[in-house]
Design a protein around this ligand. Structure first.
Ligand code: NI
Length: 174
């Protein structure tokens, strides 16, 4: 049994954010508690999505709630995504990169197939902000973050803030 009930948000440069997350083999009460905790973190930090590595857990799970509410939060376990349509650039932020914002290219439409907390597979088609959230959260499961997808100028602008986050991380781990 693993107790996930005290997970907290991880910030860059925590190592788990750079790792490829592992598939969830069994959906049990531990995983249900993890999902609950992830939704809580997302709502508390006013996000619209959160992936396992952002809760410090190296597992393929993310939660999304486009209006940031608990009621509309949905859990996606072992998701696969199929982005399609045209590519749109839009401003994004990330709970694990506080203070960093920039335009990121994403596909306008995205189909996600995943397992829910009852072990049932489902498919959902997202457009606009939802499609963007699916692609953003899926990136986290691959160890990828928006800082890796920013254009050249935004990357330069983010540099100083990234250094600050590295310093904060070093200080907190002392
Ligand atoms: Ni993020």
């Amino acid at each position: 049994m693993t107790d996930y009930s005290h997970c907290t948000i991880t910030h860059y440069p925590t190592a788990v954010l750079r790792e490829k997350a592992q598939p969830i083999e069994e959906i049990n009460d531990d995983i249900r508690r993890l999902a609950e905790r992830m939704v809580d973190i997302m709502v508390e930090t006013k996000g619209v999505g959160l992936a396992g590595p952002q809760a410090g857990v190296n597992l393929r799970i993310f939660v999304v709630s486009i209006d940031g509410t608990n009621e509309n939060a949905r859990v996606y376990i072992n998701p696969t995504i199929k982005p399609e349509g045209k590519v749109v650039a839009f401003e994004e932020g990330c709970l694990s990169l506080p203070g960093i914002f920039g335009k990121v290219n994403r596909y306008a439409k995205c189909t996600v197939t995943a397992t829910d907390l009852d072990g049932h597979e489902f498919t959902e088609v997202g457009e606009g902000l939802l499609a963007r959230a699916f692609q953003h959260e899926f990136d986290h499961l691959e160890g990828m973050m928006i800082k890796d997808r920013l254009g050249y100028a935004a990357k330069l602008r983010a540099k100083r803030r990234l250094k600050q986050l590295e310093k904060e991380y070093d200080e907190n781990s002392k």
